[in-house]
Design a protein around this ligand. Structure first.
Ligand code: ATP
Ligand code: MG
Length: 144
């Protein structure tokens, strides 16, 4: 699939872009999210959940939970936020690829992953003026 760059102007537009992606995902897919504080990573995961027909209201960004799993949709969604983790060994020990194997893995602050999954979809969200956000979605090389 070709890479995609989209500019959104609201949280709803970002979620809509994510919903479209979520509808195409299969078991074992991983979505790595990059972007500053408040860029819209969690908003994007909320859209992914909707695309998987999971109740998007389940998707929050709790202060102390690193890994949350949402069920009830087409596939389970495992939502990870690495913001508060800095020890690479601790991150490796989470065993995220195994946890996410049967569903879709979405990881915020993915730059902290010491060993990012191969063949992941990468989503970078950059702040523009005001509510503008520039989303870049990169799909893995099909040969990998
Ligand atoms: N175009 C947009 N896309 C997404 N969010 C937007 C947009 N414009 C404004 N917002 C606002 O920006 C905030 C994004 O918050 P969100 O929690 O999704 O960010 P985040 O990247 O997950 O942050 P954190 O690094 O704290 O986890 C929300 O308050 C949302 O309403
Ligand atoms: Mg977040």
């Amino acid at each position: 699939m070709a890479d995609k760059t989209i500019t959104t102007h609201s949280e709803a537009e970002t979620a809509a872009a994510a919903r479209e992606l979520g509808a195409t995902l299969s078991a074992g897919d991983a979505v790595l999210l990059f972007g500053d504080l408040g860029a819209g990573k969690t908003a994007f995961v909320r859209g992914l959940a909707e695309g998987l027909r999971i109740d998007h209201r389940d998707v929050t960004s709790p202060t102390f939970t690193l890994v949350q799993e949402y069920r009830g949709g087409r596939l389970p969604l495992v939502h990870v936020d690495l913001f508060r983790l800095d020890d690479p060994r601790e991150i490796d020990d989470l065993g995220l690829e195994e946890i996410g194997a049967d569903g879709v893995l979405a990881i915020e602050w993915a730059e902290k992953l010491p060993h990012p999954p191969h063949a992941a979809i990468e989503v970078c969200i950059a702040h523009g003026d005001g509510d503008a956000r520039r989303l870049t979605i990169r799909f893995p090389d099909p040969a990998v």
